[in-house]
Design a protein around this ligand. Structure first.
Ligand code: G6P
Length: 614
């Protein structure tokens, strides 16, 4: 949700900033802008509606010199996506420029205060208020920019990651964060600033993850200085990134989403590496070995997340209840955080997040933590806020996920949930040795089964072309595959803009059945498990109403084939692992429908990869 980049060093900043914006474009692409301070002391701001490539075009005939600068790609919150609401924003005197990711909640009262002091506003954004306030503090208190940023941010309520530059000061870049991610890259005589590591990794693997309410002063040829909002000096901790450049490039695929779908065998292998012992058929999760007694004592688990991660959480419910016999509640974080939920003393809260920065998920965790719950995190981005806030947690190690529609993050989240549930079940003796080893063995070969499904890509592509006409889709599933139906529907909505609903198959007759006619495609997730006969009846109910059926079935299933218009086969596996397979054809189906409709798959309209605001 908005990407920010900054640079100060010996090189010209513009190209570094633009490249960085391209890498962060998954976070928002409503508008883009850049501010550069050049050696003559000029502070030039260029910004325009639309994607980063529009900004590049716009800047072609502009003076883009400068070795210090900041840049922004926006996902609009306050004010529509247009040139004037694009970042960077100047202060009144045009001596300062700011970029911001987050939301300033008290911006209206601050704006009124500043208007009364004679300040004029050019945009409808909350961000402009911050830069004006910083300037006001500088003028009132006759202090420097670093101090003014501290003072101004002390009056701000909300979330921010900001970068600020100053006219006539090509040697200074100030940044700060609270509840929005911000990383400082430390190179040779140069510093970088970014919302995540992807714009930095090309230049240095040394980074500092800023903490909440920290303000950093980056000065040419100086060590960086970090202070908290109370002006207490802090010792920066430099960490090493393990990211590769290849991880964040398309690698010959047309879209990041397709690359990430095809990466799933590898990302699952990485996720299970060192955790699943193939020789002993055992799971060892160091994150929980010291905490088994929490699972022994707890009377229930609460899982909270948003979007695709929430769907993984729904599968988690089936896993923990069936394998560990622990009751589980799953709730979207935005509801959980505001409804004054009952949190019991021994509750375990599992928070799931790809980015580790989703504002609602973080708030839900904070609430649960305050009320004494043990917080267990599952996230992908190393060093993210979720990772830092948990009592313990497991990284999914899926590698960077750049396509806005989540794919490999989902399957690795499910894999972590499976491994956790199996490890806990073994400890709690709620699973037999035989079942445990059989499921672990199956999990250890799941990658090869995904590879088999991926080989059917051409069949899925052909099916996709047939359904580009559709305005609506229904996805049906039962048990472990009910959340998969919801996830399939979400994927389609996100990238093709076709309305789709995921439903528990038997619930169809209580409403959605009214929608079925010869135009309506129904995707049925129907692998051969306990509920198979029931779902077969649901398929017949659809067929009787002339719906067009695409069925995801177990290899060799002849019964559903008689009723379905199209079938996609998945290899056999344990039922509790089946979501790892059934979701793959649904990801491909939505991808190819979106491509056939000419959609912008990696950057679908109105969406952002990481929603760091409410
Ligand atoms: C956004 C993304 C989704 C993602 C959701 C939760 O809506 O577009 O793909 O599932 O946020 O994100 P998280 O990073 O917390 O998993």
């Amino acid at each position: 949700m908005c990407g920010i980049v900054g640079y100060l060093g010996d090189r010209q900043a513009f190209d570094i900033l633009i490249k960085g914006l391209h890498r962060l474009e998954y976070r928002g692409y409503d508008s883009a802008g850049v501010a550069l301070v050049n050696d003559d002391g000029n502070l030039n701001v260029y910004k325009t509606k639309g994607k980063v490539k529009n900004l590049e075009e716009y800047c072609k005939d502009k003076n883009i010199s400068g070795t210090v600068g900041i840049a922004h790609t926006r996902w609009a919150t306050h004010g529509e996506p247009n040139d004037k609401n694009a970042h960077p924003h100047y202060s009144q005197s045009k001596n300062l420029a700011i970029i911001h990711n987050g939301i300033i909640e008290n911006y209206l009262s601050l704006k009124t205060f500043l208007i009364n002091k004679g300040y004029e506003f050019k945009s409808e954004t909350d961000t402009e208020v911050v830069v004006q306030l910083i300037e006001y503090v500088m003028q009132e208190q006759k202090c420097d920019l670093y101090k003014a940023v501290h003072q101004a941010l002390s009056q701000v309520v909300g979330a921010y990651a900001i970068g600020v530059v100053e006219r006539n000061n090509p040697n200074l870049l100030i940044a700060a964060r609270k509840a929005s991610p911000l990383i400082v890259g430390v190179g040779e005589n140069e510093y970088f600033l970014a919302s995540d590591a992807s714009p930095i990794i090309e230049y240095t693997n040394k980074v500092i993850y800023l903490n909440d309410e920290e303000v950093v002063k980056i000065e040419r040829n100086q060590e960086i200085e970090i202070r908290n909002l109370k002006s207490v000096k802090l010792q920066p901790t430099i960490k090493e990134l393990s990211l590769n450049l290849d991880d964040i490039e398309k690698g010959g695929f047309d879209h990041f989403m397709l690359k990430e779908i095809f990466e799933q065998p590898k990302s699952l292998a990485l996720c299970m590496n060192g955790r699943l012992n193939k020789e002993l058929n055992e799971i060892k999760l160091s994150a929980i070995t010291d905490y088994y007694e929490k699972f022994e004592k707890c009377k229930r688990i609460v899982i909270t997340a948003c979007g695709t991660s929430w769907h993984a959480g729904l599968i988690g419910k089936y896993l923990f209840e069936s394998l560990c016999r622990i009751p589980v509640e799953v709730e979207v974080a935005s509801e959980f955080r505001y409804r004054n939920p009952v949190i019991l003393p021994d509750d375990i809260l599992i928070a799931i997040s790809q980015s580790g920065e989703t504002a609602d998920t973080l708030a839900a965790m904070e609430l649960a933590k305050k009320q004494g719950a043990f917080v267990f995190g599952i996230c992908n981005v190393v060093g993210s806020s979720v990772a830092r806030m948990t009592d313990t947690g497991v990284y999914t190690h899926a590698g960077p996920e750049i396509g806005v529609a989540s794919t490999k993050a989902f399957t690795t989240q499910v894999a972590v949930l499976v491994m956790t549930a199996l490890a806990v079940a073994k400890k709690l003796n709620t699973i037999t040795e035989e079942d445990y080893h059989r499921i672990v063995k199956e999990l250890s070969v799941i990658e090869t089964k995904i590879e088999e499904i991926l080989k059917q890509v051409d069949t899925i592509k052909d099916i996709s072309k047939i359904f580009t006409y559709a305005k609506n889709f229904i996805y049906l599933g039962r048990g472990f595959n009910y959340p998969v139906a919801m996830e399939g529907a979400l994927k389609l909505k996100e990238i093709s803009y076709i309305h789709a609903e995921g439903y528990p198959a038997a619930e169809m007759k209580h409403g959605p059945i009214a929608l079925i006619d010869e135009e309506m495609p129904i995707v049925v997730v129907a692998p051969h498990y306990a509920m198979y006969q029931k779902i077969l009846s649901n398929v017949q109910e659809v067929k009787a109403r002339k719906g067009r059926i695409i069925a995801i079935v177990s290899q060799g299933d002849e019964d559903i084939k008689k009723n379905a218009d199209y079938t996609i086969e998945i290899p056999s596996t344990e039922e509790c692992l089946s979501p790892l397979l059934t979701v793959i054809p649904l990801q491909l189906l939505s991808y190819y429908i979106a491509v056939a409709k000419g959609r912008d798959v990696d950057q679908p309209r109105n969406l952002a990869k990481s929603v760091t605001v409410e």
